[in-house]
Design a protein around this ligand. Structure first.
Ligand SMILES: Nc1nc2c(c(=O)[nH]1)N[C@@H](CN(C=O)c1ccc(C(=O)N[C@@H](CCC(=O)O)C(=O)O)cc1)CN2
Length: 297
């Protein structure tokens, strides 16, 4: 069988358009645009691309983009001082510090400085805690994007067996919680999991978020399973000067012959991250103006 492709790129484009419409309505009502501040420290090439894409997508969605670029040798206290200025700025609804941070900068300390009401990345411990206990709060963009794709495909995830491979704070753990909230039966697998292929074999839903190129093999999958590939790994280029091919954590070519549905890389989960970020920023803006958040986003 050949799996159905889950087109995250198209889903994300549609979400961005709907956010843009709601953002235009917000600007009318509030007399200002919603604003997103993105902080980039250093010059990591991939981060540069993501930050540029976020800025463009924000403006295209009728919101204000504020970009702050700092040198790689920025002191932690200076970075935190910038975050605090953004916390106090009424034009800024969402604050995002692009990760990874260079050098010895302590990501947790920097994220902790963000006002939880502007934590549109959902990385603050308060946001993590709120997700864990089922209270309203910002949910990290990538896992929220994944659950949107899963609900779009399956509707009800109740009773499905889901395996999340990877236990990071920004993808694996929140992903598992979202699946649990959707009444799936959830297993979190990781580097110490014994007999990973056997664990994956039981899953109706597999979310791969390990950061290892093509690690999940086709013969691990239950036929018909839905596979969400969060990995973005660049293979070494075949020739000098060329760009290496981008692959996920799943051996896509073989897996698509076994799975029922699968996200490609690129064009699957990745584009959802920025679309959900815009959605979270617009929700934050509504909260800051005392308005009800838009329905159905
Ligand atoms: N503060 C944050 N830092 C990082 C996050 C995040 O959500 N918040 N996530 C990633 C990077 N990221 C956004 O920041 C991101 C990654 C990938 C994509 C994407 O659309 N990928 C494309 C492929 C792009 C390419 O060709 O390289 C795809 O999968 O189709 C968007 C955003 C780490 N840091």
């Amino acid at each position: 069988m050949t799996a159905e492709l889950i087109d995250g790129k198209a889903f994300a484009a549609n979400l961005r358009e709907r956010v843009g419409d709601h953002a235009a309505a917000f600007a009318e009502k509030a007399g200002r645009k919603a604003g997103l501040a993105v902080v980039l420290v250093g010059a990591d090439a991939a981060s540069e691309v993501y930050v540029r894409s976020k800025g463009k997508a924000t403006v295209a969605a009728n919101m204000e983009s504020f970009e702050h670029r700092l040198p790689a040798d920025t002191a932690e206290e200076d970075l935190i001082a910038l975050v605090e200025r953004l916390n106090a700025d009424p034009a800024v609804d969402g604050i995002l510090v692009q990760l990874p941070l260079p050098g010895d900068l302590d990501e947790q300390a920097v994220i902790a400085a963000i006002d939880p009401g502007k934590d549109v990345d959902g990385f603050h411990v308060e946001s993590a805690g709120r997700l864990m206990v089922g209270r309203e709060g910002f949910v990290p963009c990538t896992p929220l994007g994944c659950i949107m794709l899963l609900k779009d495909r399956h509707g009800d995830l109740s009773g499905m067996n889901a395996v999340v491979i990877g236990r990071s704070n920004i993808v694996g753990k929140p992903m598992a919680q979202l699946l649990l909230d959707a009444n799936a039966t959830v297993t979190i697998a990781h580097s110490r999991t014994k007999d990973l292929p056997e664990v994956v074999q039981r899953a109706d839903i597999v979310v791969a978020a390990v950061g290892r190129a093509e690690m999940v093999k086709a013969d691990w999958l239950k036929p018909g399973a839905t596979v969400i590939d969060v990995g973005i790994n660049r293979l070494a280029p075949a020739e000098e000067g060329a760009k290496g091919r981008l692959v996920g954590d799943v051996d896509f070519e073989a897996a698509k012959e076994v799975a029922g549905a699968i996200t490609p890389v690129p064009g699957g989960v990745g584009p959802m991250t920025i679309a959900v970020l815009l959605r979270n920023t617009l929700v934050a803006a509504h909260m800051h103006e005392g308005l009800d958040p838009p329905v159905g986003l």
